[in-house]
Design a protein. Sequence first.
Length: 355
Amino acid sequence: MTDSAALSPIQTDAVIIGAGPCGLFAVFELGLNDIKCHLVDILDKPGGQCAELYPEKPIYDIPAVPVCTGTELTERLMEQIKPFHPTFHLGQQAESLAKLPEGGWRLTTDAGTVIDAKLVIIAAGGGSFTPKRPPIKGIEDYEGKSVFYAVRKMEQFRGKNIVVAGGGDSALDWALNLQPIAKRVTLIHRRDEFRAAPDSVGKMRALVAEGKMDLKIANFSGLNGADGQVQSITLVDDAKNATDYPCDTILAFYGLTMKLGPVANFGLNLTENMIPVNTENFETSEPTIFAIGDINTYPGKMKLILSGFHEAALMAKKAFTYIHPDRRYRFQYTTSSSDLQGKLGVEKDSSKDAA
């Protein structure tokens, strides 16, 4: 379920800032503990940076899943949390957080959505991020039409005459991945040295030597086209010679600008733009506000998705005591608890018990 704005405060148990893998799994763990959630994310779809930056790149370190893409991981997490009916407020940034006199928190987004919640879970990854835009006059008119900063669906680029600009892993990876389906791929970089993995650089140079890809050592200094459609880009070499190079699609990978954003103004203790937490339940310096995933810090922290999943589980245990103070917390396994299986809509196979 999605929602864009609200005229009066929405009431819920918990609001999760960030709908990446850790935020999504937090919905599952909280749901098992009878805690209802709303999620706020600046992106226009769930999955966070994982789905935005690596939608089709393989991920190898999810337990029991030998390989999956960022998109596949997001889809599986969304399927897993269906029984708990979370509400998503997408394309919105968490702008302010205020403590309510009667307890709990009021979160307001830049779209005017107001959410009153007893708990706040910050799962915002490294913060909000934006791609570094090439300093090209008028490039904004082409963005999303023929100029892109990420690849979400490879098929969108089939048969295109693509210029990939950049010299890092993202530029090399997508130049190699798109080469088999594109009409032509040209890699543009200002120098003949790359910051990408040596194996990727080697593969790129082999394709160039075979005439299957082009490499231009030059500065990307302008573009030409109309109505959002690129027709050529202007390249300037070391001798200051300018040439127009034909293409119909530009993929620019100049890195990302990461910002903690308004979370920095929530009144929490910060350490180098990260939020310190305890390792018992990942609560912050402010009771009832938790931080899980890459945005938190503690001794021995490892920035892995699986670490964020672990943090979500322990966070939910503590969250239960705030939301249900009159109930005793009972640890249960989903494999054997009929109560948890009922919440998940799982019908227990009695024949296995009889075997």
